[in-house]
Design a protein around this ligand. Structure first.
Ligand code: FAD
Length: 299
C-alpha cells in the first residue's frame, strides 16, 4: 500500500463513544479513552439517545472529558421527541460545562424503526432548524451527518445533499458520514457534494467490524450496504473470536489505506467504546502517540 508514504503528512482522527449505562461499562469506556487519547484526536464525540437518563449520561461523559482530560469533546444532540426548550436546556448545559462543539442531528423517534419522523409539537422541525437554535445559545462548532448511500427515509441522494447544503448554510462546518464499505461509492458521493457547491470536510466514518452479525443488523437499519465480500470474509468464524479480530483489523486497514491513497486525511472512528482495533488501524496509518498528550486527571 502507498499509505506508508503519507505517514509524515498530518492525519486527523476523531473517535466516537457512547455514554455508559453501568459502572462496568464506564470502566470499559475510560480504559478505551485512556488508550486512544495519546493519539491526539482532533476531537472525541459522545452520542446522545432519547430519554432523560441517556441525556444525563451524555452530559456527564462530556463533563468528565473536560474535567479530566485535554481532549476536545463534541456532544451529540438530536431534536426528535423534544420541545425547543428541552433541547435548548441540554445545549445550555453543554455550553456551561465548557463544550464548544455539537454534533447536531435530527435523530430517530423513540417509537422505533419504521415510524415516520414527525417534528415534535413545539420542537425543532429539522437539523438546519436545530443548528440555528444552537447558534443562538453559543458559537458552537457544528458537525452534522452525511449519508453516502442516502438516508433510508430520503427519496434520493440529491435530496440528502440539498439537506446537507441547508445544514451548512445554517452553520455546520464538518460532516461525518454514516459508515460504509464501498470506497468508490463514497468517492462518487463526495464528487456530488462538491458539485453541489458544498465545501466543508466530509469525514468518512469507519466502523471496525468487531461483530459481523451486529454490524450487518446495524447496517440494515441505517441503509448501509454490507457487501457480499465482507460476509464471505467472516463466514465460518462465528466461534473463532481471535481470527475474527485479525480479519476485522485487516479489512479496516485495507479500507483506510485505500482512502489514504484517494487523498483523504481525516477519519472518524465509531469505536463502540473498544480501543484495540481502532488503535491498531491508527498505528498502521502512521498515527502515533504524542509524548506530551495529557490524559491523567486534571486534579
Ligand atoms: P438529517 O440528515 O437531518 O435527515 C435525514 C433524512 O431524514 C433526510 O434525508 C430526510 O429524508 C428526512 N427528514 C429530515 N427532516 C425531516 C422532516 N422534517 N420530516 C420528514 N423527514 C425528514 N442518532 C442518535 O439518536 N444519537 C446520536 O448521537 C447519533 N449520532 C449520529 C452520528 C452520525 C455521524 C450519524 C451519521 C448518525 C447519527 N445518529 C445518531 C443517527 C441519526 O440520528 C439517524 O440517522 C436519523 O435517522 C437521522 O438524523 P440526521 O441528523 O442524520 O438527519
Amino acid at each position: 500500500a502507498k499509505a506508508a508514504d503519507f505517514s509524515s503528512s498530518r492525519l486527523g482522527v476523531s473517535f466516537e463513544f457512547f455514554p455508559p449505562k453501568t459502572e462496568k461499562m464506564e470502566e470499559t469506556l475510560w480504559a478505551c479513552i485512556e488508550r486512544l487519547a495519546p493519539l491526539d484526536p482532533t476531537f472525541v464525540s459522545v452520542t446522545y439517545g432519547a430519554g432523560g437518563s441517556t441525556r444525563e449520561r451524555t452530559h456527564t461523559t462530556v463533563a468528565r472529558l473536560i474535567g479530566e482530560t485535554n481532549l476536545k469533546p463534541a456532544a451529540h444532540l438530536t431534536c426528535v421527541d423534544a420541545t425547543r426548550e428541552q433541547v435548548d436546556e441540554v445545549a445550555r448545559g453543554y455550553w456551561d460545562v465548557g463544550v464548544r462543539h455539537v454534533v447536531a442531528l435530527r435523530g430517530d423517534p423513540a417509537a422505533g424503526v419504521g415510524v415516520r419522523y414527525q417534528p415534535s409539537e413545539g420542537g425543532y422541525a429539522s437539523t438546519p432548524d436545530l443548528i440555528r437554535g444552537l447558534k443562538e445559545i453559543g458559537d458552537f462548532e457544528i458537525t452534522v451527518s452525511a449519508y453516502p448511500e442516502k438516508h433510508p427515509e430520503s427519496p434520493d441522494i440529491a435530496a440528502d445533499i440539498q439537506l446537507l447544503k441547508r445544514k451548512v448554510e445554517a452553520g455546520a462546518t464538518r460532516a461525518i458520514t454514516q459508515f460504509f464499505f464501498d470506497n468508490d461509492g463514497f468517492d462518487r458521493y463526495v464528487d456530488r457534494v462538491r458539485a453541489a457547491g458544498i465545501e466543508i470536510p466530509i469525514v468518512p466514518g469507519l466502523v471496525p467490524v468487531l461483530n459481523f452479525e451486529q454490524t450487518a443488523r446495524f447496517a440494515a437499519k441505517t441503509g448501509a450496504t454490507v457487501p457480499r465480500w465482507l460476509a464471505d470474509r467472516f463466514a465460518g468464524l462465528e466461534d473463532d473470536p481471535q481470527t475474527r479480530q485479525l480479519v476485522a483489523a485487516a479489512i479496516a486497514a485495507e479500507q483506510a489505506f485505500d482512502l489514504l491513497d484517494r487523498g483523504y486525511r481525516d477519519f472518524h472512528f465509531y469505536t463502540m467504546n473498544r480501543a484495540d482495533l481502532v488503535y491498531a488501524i491508527c498505528h498502521l496509518m502512521g498515527v502515533r502517540p504524542r509524548k506530551d498528550a495529557v490524559v491523567e486527571a486534571a486534579a
